[in-house]
Ligand binder design. Structure first.
Ligand SMILES: CC(C)(COP(=O)(O)OP(=O)(O)OC[C@H]1O[C@@H](n2cnc3c(N)ncnc32)[C@H](O)[C@@H]1OP(=O)(O)O)[C@@H](O)C(=O)NCCC(=O)NCCS
Length: 150
């Protein structure tokens, strides 16, 4: 598979479940794929396609409520690439597109709560750990990671 053959499209919240479920919620009820803010008008869901097949997804939340940030910010959630096509650059393409959307929306900061094993992936894309490790029930240790966009 060539990264250049992959195209990033805006998709519906429900379509993200095709990848969220096997990658992020394996063995759990499909309803567990629904994330807070998924249906908000300002939320953008991205899908990475190759020859019509959805291989990866990510969601950008626009200034989600309850954050510590005073500056305009976007949260990346539901970042997932099908296991068979991981480490081929698809995650990177999705983050690049998410950041380009974030810049158009004039977010000062892009951030995510990263699963521990995904931290090196985000570090490669210049995200930095902020604060201490914390535990998310069921899903394990996480770090908040941030990147300044402006
Ligand atoms: C994390 C994930 C989204 C990364 O997507 P991906 O398509 O596999 O990543 P890419 O191929 O675009 O990787 C981009 C760079 O990060 C590196 N990288 C990716 N995953 C890595 C890892 N776990 N450890 C170290 N480096 C990693 C790649 O080697 C690549 O570096 P390079 O440009 O020097 O070759 C994907 O592996 C995944 O879905 N994992 C399971 C679900 C998950 O943990 N999601 C994140 C929740 S916060």
């Amino acid at each position: 598979m060539l990264q250049s053959k992959v195209s990033i499209k805006i998709i519906s919240p429900e379509t993200t479940h095709q990848v969220r479920h096997p990658v992020l919620r394996p063995g759990l009820d499909r309803k567990s794929c629904i994330l807070p803010g998924d249906e908000a008008e300002s939320t953008v869901h991205l899908g990475a396609y190759e020859n019509g097949t959805l291989l990866g997804v990510c969601t950008v939340l626009d200034n989600p409520s309850g954050t510590q940030f005073k500056l305009s910010n976007g949260q990346i959630r539901g970042m997932a690439v099908l296991q068979s096509t991981q480490r081929k650059g698809i995650g990177q393409l999705l983050i690049q597109e998410a950041e380009s959307i974030g810049k158009k929306k004039e977010f000062a900061i892009m951030w995510m709560n990263a699963r521990l094993h995904a931290v090196p992936f985000y570090e490669k894309l210049s995200y930095k750990i902020k604060g201490d490790q914390f535990e998310v029930p069921v899903f394990g240790p996480h770090y908040m990671m941030i990147k300044e966009l402006l």
